[in-house]
Design a protein around this ligand. Structure first.
Ligand SMILES: Nc1ncnc2c1ncn2[C@@H]1O[C@H](COP(=O)(O)OP(=O)(O)OP(=O)(O)O)[C@@H](O)[C@H]1O
Length: 356
């Protein structure tokens, strides 16, 4: 059978004793894709990657690489897969020796090894003079680049990344996020990446999978996960959010929390629907009598927080805290303790059906 997916998982289960760490996982990863798995601590991300690279065995299910079943193949016999771990460099060797290591294992001749190492230095934007530099003399960011160059020297079909940037400082992380995305585009390789950081996932990925308790809650492109999450869990995991219970009855919308403009409707919401109306803080507005909104609620400004280029406002309402966000240049002229009415329009909402 010819398949379009590079890596396919079917009914993958991993148990540790009675505990099910991965529960019937199905997944297709496409050739050349940057695929990121995010989820809270303990959701099963590392367990999944260990199965994918062959460091651990599945309890049940199948893993296919193209048209070969690989779940029974040990890690060292999966030459197409490679884990990228920054800390696995040899500190006593030079940058060049580290990058050439996989080629030496494959008995590539010294001149060809050196030529490839120089190409990879260029690809990773490291100066050629680094060839003779010791790893112990490289900075954290340079080590990350050398580790990537070495991973690419294996010429794997898929590169697996297990939180490679988590130990780095903010600025370096931001730089390397962009570099990784760029490297992905330049190499055309398939990247499978796991992280806690949603921001990292959003910047780099073609598709994101959100993991919860050993299952995928949603798999989609970043924008779709952010704008149309399938559950409260995904909505809350993907950043700040306001959620209001809403029901559709007798041709109208009802909510204990919100004043709803007569005739306001929500796309795709029919009679007897129950759910949560989601609105991201950047779509919340301060309302006045001149600017009515489809949905409004009153409260008191509880706090104002500067987040660099953005300002976040917390409004205390009878239904709980509501978050409103503005660009700094558009900041509101309101003071803590002041009464405010906030509003938003149906077009800027997403309805999460039956969200419990
Ligand atoms: N060898 C093991 N024996 C028993 N339980 C394990 C083992 N490895 C992992 N687990 C459990 O499986 C669950 C998933 O762990 P895993 O390390 O995959 O989570 P994670 O999403 O990678 O978390 P983190 O982000 O904290 O690394 C956890 O509850 C963990 O305690």
């Amino acid at each position: 059978m010819v398949s379009t997916a590079l890596l396919r998982l079917r009914g993958v289960v991993k148990k540790f004793g009675d505990f099910t760490a991965l529960d019937n996982i199905g997944l297709d990863i496409h050739e050349g894709e940057f695929f990121t798995i995010v989820g809270p601590s303990g959701s099963g991300k590392s367990t999944l990657i260990r199965l994918l690279v062959g460091m651990d065995d599945v309890t049940d299910g199948e893993i296919w690489l193209r048209d070969d079943r690989i779940d029974g193949t040990p890690a060292n016999l999966r030459p197409t897969c490679m884990v990228f771990q920054s800390l696995a460099l040899f500190p006593h060797m030079t940058v060049g020796q580290n990058i050439e290591f996989p080629l030496k294992l494959r008995k590539v001749a010294p001149a060809a090894r050196r030529a490839r190492a120089e190409e990879l230095l260029e690809l990773l934007r490291l100066p050629q003079s680094y060839y003779d530099k010791r790893i112990s003399q490289c900075s954290g960011g340079e080590r990350q680049r050398v580790a990537l160059a070495r991973a690419l020297a294996f010429d794997p079909e898929i590169l697996f990344f297990d939180e490679p940037l988590s130990a780095l400082d903010y600025r370096l992380r931001k730089t390397l996020e962009k570099e990784l995305k760029d490297l992905h585009a330049r190499t055309g390789k398939t990247f499978v990446y796991i992280t806690h950081s949603l921001e990292e996932a959003m910047v780099m990925s073609d598709r994101i999978a959100i993991m919860k308790a050993g299952r995928f809650e949603q798999i989609a492109v970043a924008d779709e996960i952010y704008s149309t999450p399938v559950s409260r869990f995904v909505a809350e995991f993907m950043g700040e959010v306001n959620l209001f219970p809403v029901a559709a009855r007798n041709g109208g919308l009802h909510s204990a929390a919100l004043q709803i403009a007569p005739g306001a409707t929500l796309d795709g919401v029919g009679d007897d629907d129950n759910g949560l109306l989601m609105v991201r803080p950047e779509y919340m507005r301060i309302a006045d009598s001149a600017t009515p909104f489809d949905f409004m609620l009153g409260g008191v400004l509880h706090g104002e927080y500067a987040l660099g280029s953005r300002i976040q406002y917390e409004i205390e309402t009878p239904e709980g805290m509501v978050t409103v966000e503005k660009l700094r240049e558009d900041r509101f002229d309101i003071r803590e303790g002041q009464d405010v009415t906030v509003g938003f329009n149906a077009a800027n909402t997403h309805f999460i059906r039956d969200a419990s």
